[in-house]
Design a protein around this ligand. Sequence first.
Ligand SMILES: [Zn+2]
Length: 417
Amino acid sequence: MQPDPLSRDAVQEVLARLVRIPSVNPALAPGEGTGEEAVARFAVDWLAARGVRAWLEEAAPGRPNAVAEVGSGDGPTLVLCAHLDTVGTAGMEIPPFEPRVEGGRLYGRGSYDMKGGAAAIMAALAALAREGLTGRVLGALVCDEEYASIGASDFVRRHRADACIVTEPSEGRLILAHKGFVWLELVTRGVAAHGSRWDLGVSAIGRMGRIIAALEELDRTELRRRVHPLVGPASLHCALIEGGTGLSTYAAECRLSVERRTLPGETTAQVVAEVEAAVRRAGEEAEVRVLLDRPPLECDRDADIARCVRSAAAAVTGAEPEEAGVAYWMDAAIFAGAGVPTVNYGPAGAGAHAAVEWVDVNSVVTCARVLVDAARAFCGGGAPGAPQAPRSPEPKARSPAAAPPRRCPAIAEENHG
Ligand SMILES: [Zn+2]
């Protein structure tokens, strides 16, 4: 019999093996980004060797997700999602791909963001594969979260689910909301003329300057006062600007890139309308174009998945988790955008995208155990001998919107040995 996949040694071993395989996102560091496929293949082989059905799904050529499945599929489907890609290693002060354990911390690129969360999912799937789950748990170990999220986007196109837990590091908190963002480009037009011809020339840069002042005013007086209880205020900043062709020429064109961080409930259309209104208040005209938008996340704290994770964390750690929101964006919103109620619960550590990155190994073990308990509660069935939650049969695949309301069974009644 194989050792307990939820033991500290087993969890630390799979985490170290993940960190040892470089998987830098190729869009972020082209010279380094060659390992997304290798790490996904490792995950599939590791899971298959432990009785988990696992396979690769290409989100783009050479850029696969590792997808896994346990359970019978006769009940609700829960997705456990982590990204396997990392940011680059420039400026790191530790060996990025030679994991070192010291003082309960495992050091290396991606240990915290987020191979710790990926290891927790893999250990949980290996444990759940030994049980008789009524429903189904899908593992989504995706590529490209650090750039354009093609992995999570591809996964939600192929698979339906009733809930999702993203295991980005959360220091053991239950994250119910995060901000979204909208990238905008504004273009002003002037009239090109020789620098001496004040009577003919109109500077597009001067026009943009008045718009910038109006945008800063919008940020200061309106957006920062719009505060969400979990994620804080909305905000906007002017990020990039270019215009003009030479000192002795009135600039014919000016381009400004703006990032707007959005709150749950705010839409891209609303963001565009507010920016256009600021342009009008400045007495100017500009083209306003959306370059990229990502939705915010919000999950009702009484949603089944929030209740199941809260109860599981309380059972495993002895205390209910703190509930919070975060300002940064996650793949969680891609699942929520597909109609799948989604929360974030993950390990503790520090150094995401930084010179020294580490994850607390015990927090990864705790996360894995919480995932197992939450999956049993959400999907039904579970550990042999554990009381089965009474539930009515449900179709195998269905639209999330059609999912009937269910209650999280009292998982404190289960056996947490
Ligand atoms: Zn991450």
